[in-house]
Design a protein around this ligand. Structure first.
Ligand code: ADP
Ligand code: MG
Length: 404
């Protein structure tokens, strides 16, 4: 696992997307000062596109002729990459589009994927501009690895693709409340954590999951080791045989009152691989799933990469394409000092070995979360999504990323 799957040829052409609003609002200057000359020396030509509004990048990659570029690079926080992933998966040719090598340069305040990729190289932890330079070097080397995605289903039938996390409770609240401190950069999460600790509360809901050891790895997208330049077009992907026209019953239906009554009968056309591990949200989870007996939580987070922020290592054992959702939850009853201790330990990824009886860590392939309270915050990759029941499953190696 974690194996490099291809090395790109030189010369290379990148599309670089920059969010001018991300982080301290300096992403463009940081790119010009630290990355531009590196790319030139590596014989990489690029088209620079500064995003003008939210979802601009998503619309752009949904329509773009992707064959023009060897990679699409994001200079922003995780939010802009989330747009790109979903834009690619909304395309008719999603299966090929999502194989486009992606690159990430930390230009935001939440740079969890960039920090994860640097962490997997095994070199000493870096942050800020040093992390940016490290990620710039990885782009120049151009080693392409597989990346797991998760498909996330919401109550309204919406389906999203996620590369990082689902969060509810303390972590989700901190993430969103701290956006107003974006100007302090990555320190916004530490500030947000301290503020939230003073109003610590309990979140009620039902959590269930499919343990990884109980289940086979879900089908991975492809074992091909080829480039995106068309050379893989002759390969037959196993999934093409099973899911020929990509139409299938989706698993996102729920007992939503606004649901048109045909959704259970008519096949809903959705792009992306079928969620073979999930049943519709209005049906009970399969009997071989584990239902958590506690219903009072302080936080629930499901992460597929190591970092939750530049200095928060939520799942130290995670790898780019381990096919695993690392589910970590904290039960109600934990004291404020113990929770603070946990977050301080998480800066080194040591929180799972503190033997805190309120912390549970399991490796899963799929999960379902049903909050009881009518209002609240759920985030996917740090972005707010519709609040309500949510379920997800991992799709191993669905995307590709330039990593160390
Ligand atoms: P940060 O890490 O600072 O939060 P993100 O990359 O996560 O940076 O971006 C924050 C939000 O800004 C995301 O929701 C993204 O979709 C949105 N966004 C992208 N481009 C723009 C833009 N040009 N103007 C405003 N918002 C944008
Ligand atoms: Mg963000």
């Amino acid at each position: 696992t974690g194996g490099v799957c291809a090395e790109m040829r030189t010369p290379r052409r990148f599309l670089v997307l920059i969010n001018p609003q991300s982080g301290k609002g300096q992403a463009l200057a940081l790119f010009n000062n630290h990355v531009q000359h590196m790319l030139q020396e590596a014989d990489i030509t690029y088209t620079l596109q500064v995003t003008e509004h939210q979802n601009h990048a998503r619309e752009l990659v949904r329509e773009a002729d992707l064959s023009q570029w060897d990679a699409v690079v994001i200079m922003s926080g995780d939010g802009l990459l989330f747009e790109i992933m979903n834009g690619l998966m909304e395309r008719e040719d999603w299966e090929k589009a999502i194989q486009t090598p992606l690159g990430i340069l930390p230009g935001g305040s939440g740079n969890a994927l960039a920090a994860s990729i640097h962490y997997y190289t095994g070199s000493q932890p870096l942050s800020g501009e040093e992390l940016l330079v490290s990620c710039g070097f990885m782009l120049c080397k151009g080693l392409v690895s597989h990346l797991d995605l998760a498909s996330v289903c919401l109550a309204s039938n919406q389906r999203l693709f996620s590369f990082l996390s689902i969060a509810w409770g303390f972590v989700a609240d901190v993430d969103i409340e701290s956006e107003k401190y974006r100007h302090v950069g990555a320190a916004r999460f530490t500030m947000g954590t301290l503020v939230r600790l003073t109003s610590l509360r309990v979140y009620k809901g039902k959590l269930a999951y499919l343990p990884a050891e109980e289940s086979q790895a879900p089908p991975s997208s492809s074992s091909s080791m080829s480039f995106t330049d068309g050379s893989n077009s002759s390969l037959v992907h196993p999934r093409n045989l099973n899911c020929q026209n990509h139409h299938f019953h989706n698993s996102c239906n729920s007992n939503n009152a606004h649901k048109p009554n045909w959704t259970n009968e008519a096949p809903v056309t959705m792009r992306g691989p079928p969620d073979s591990l999930l049943v519709p949200l209005d049906q009970p989870v399969p009997t071989h799933w584990t239902v958590v007996k506690e219903e009072d939580f302080v936080l629930v987070m499901a992460v597929y990469q190591s970092h939750l922020a530049e200095d928060l290592i939520a799942a130290p054992a995670s790898r780019l394409d381990d096919g695993i959702i690392h589910l970590i939850y904290v039960k109600a009853g934990i004291s404020r000092p113990a929770l603070l201790h946990l977050f301080l330990a998480m800066e080194k990824g040591a929180h799972l070995s503190t033997n805190c009886p309120f912390v549970v860590y399991v490796k899963v392939r799929a999960l379902r979360l049903e909050p009881y309270s009518p209002k609240g915050i759920i985030t996917v990759d740090g972005e707010v999504v519709e609040y309500g029941p949510v379920q997800a499953q991992v799709h191993g190696r669905l995307a590709r990323i330039i990593a160390g």
